[in-house]
Design a protein around this ligand. Structure first.
Ligand SMILES: Cc1ncc(COP(=O)(O)O)c(C=O)c1O
Length: 366
């Protein structure tokens, strides 16, 4: 059952009263005052329940604070702008893919999995009550942040036995609305073989903060990571997968244990052929890229991810003083438009991609 305003617990209804979307919306400016919360104790998950966005009580020796046993997902509910309002006012994008990746992250960090149906149900329930906070313009969304962390208070270096699952929400603009600049990171690495680069471990992001300092000092926006062994092959951006178009071919590095299996990346690999593009998953030498740009070849570079959707790159730089402007990015913008049209229900979605809120399925979808 989806909660309706008349069946909302009064505590939740009170929290929502009078909350308005900020102008401009930005990204993360307004945290929704309601979240979904569940604990794992004695070997089982509670059913996630809606509650106010209040501070959590954590012991100073809570495991996640010391050993980083924490994971998250980033996903979105979009306003349905299509001709099928019966599908519901909001649409989740590929929620079961996010549920599966969340569980892969959980498994990698020694945490208990959460039933996919329970995960999606928690999202649906939260989006249903936050419906007035799902913004209405194309590209805007209710960004959703499922999170899990080790909640046992214990300084021993062993996995927690208690865990906390949260879903937070924030009405947002797309993370990037204009072309971005990318900083080739030549010194630090994001991920090593056998590590946690292929899952959404919180520590992966903390480890990028120091590397991002020179990027910010030089006015750049995203790190472009290279592989940890040779510092030669493109891996991904700070929080996006990378694509390079050379002529009619769209290249992206193959998935490995150092690259996050982006759901947007997968979506673009499936949409690309309908634009006449040949999709190729192969290693991309950074010199191949910089040489092609310097030679004036027909090259595009863009990032893709839930937050940014598709973000064209207009400038590539690095610590050696390299500054390579890129020409206008038409393929990136076409792919971005097609994806947003699908996400907003304007263009029919491939099976299982578009998930109307309120329609609880019988089972996991492809
Ligand atoms: C490191 C990293 N790579 C890629 C992505 C893109 O993944 P997705 O398209 O599933 O959002 C993200 C964002 O989640 C990320 O944090």
């Amino acid at each position: 059952m989806t909660l309706t305003s008349s069946s909302l617990p009064s505590e939740i209804a009170d929290r929502l009263r009078g909350v308005e979307l900020p102008e401009p919306l930005g990204f993360g400016r307004l945290m929704a005052p309601v979240m979904s919360l569940a604990y794992y104790r004695d070997g089982a998950w509670e059913t996630p329940r809606l509650t106010g966005l209040d501070p959590l009580q954590l012991a100073p020796h809570t495991q996640a604070l010391h050993y980083g046993q924490a994971i998250f997902e980033g996903m979105k509910a979009y306003r349905n702008l299509g001709d099928s309002p019966a599908d519901g006012p909001s649409l989740l994008f590929r929620p079961y893919e996010h549920a599966r990746r969340f569980n892969r992250s959980a498994a990698r960090l020694g945490m208990p999995e959460l039933d996919e149906q329970v995960f999606v149900r928690a999202l649906e329930e939260l989006v249903a009550v936050l419906e007035p906070l799902v913004p209405g313009q194309q590209g805007q969304s209710l960004y959703l942040r499922p999170t899990m962390f080790g909640a046992t208070a214990d300084l021993s270096v062993v996995p927690s036995t208690e865990f906390c699952f949260l879903v937070l929400a924030t009405p947002s603009d797309a993370f990037f609305t204009a072309p971005i600049s990318a900083w080739i990171e030549r010194h630090y690495s994001r991920a090593g073989a056998g590590g946690t680069g292929c899952v959404k471990a919180a520590g992966n992001y903390a480890a990028s903060f120091a590397a991002a300092a020179p990027l910010r000092e030089n006015g750049f926006q995203q790190l472009l990571w290279l592989d940890a062994v040779e510092h030669t092959y493109l891996e991904e951006f700070t929080a996006m997968n990378v694509f390079v178009r050379r002529g009619e071919t769209l290249l992206t590095p193959p998935l490995s244990d150092t690259i996050l299996a982006g759901i947007t990346r997968d979506s673009l690999l499936r949409l690309g052929p309908s634009f006449g593009l040949r999709m190729e998953e192969r290693q991309i030498d950074v010199h191949e890229l910089t040489d092609a740009i310097q030679a004036g070849e027909d090259v595009e570079v863009f990032g893709c991810g839930t937050g940014a959707v598709v973000a064209p790159v207009e400038l590539i730089g690095d610590e050696t003083g390299l500054r390579l402007p890129l020409p206008a990015q038409s393929t990136a913008l076409e792919l971005r438009k097609r994806l947003l049209d699908i996400q907003h229900g304007i263009t029919p979605a491939p099976e299982g991609w578009q998930w109307p809120v309120g329609a609880l399925p019988d089972g996991p979808q492809a």
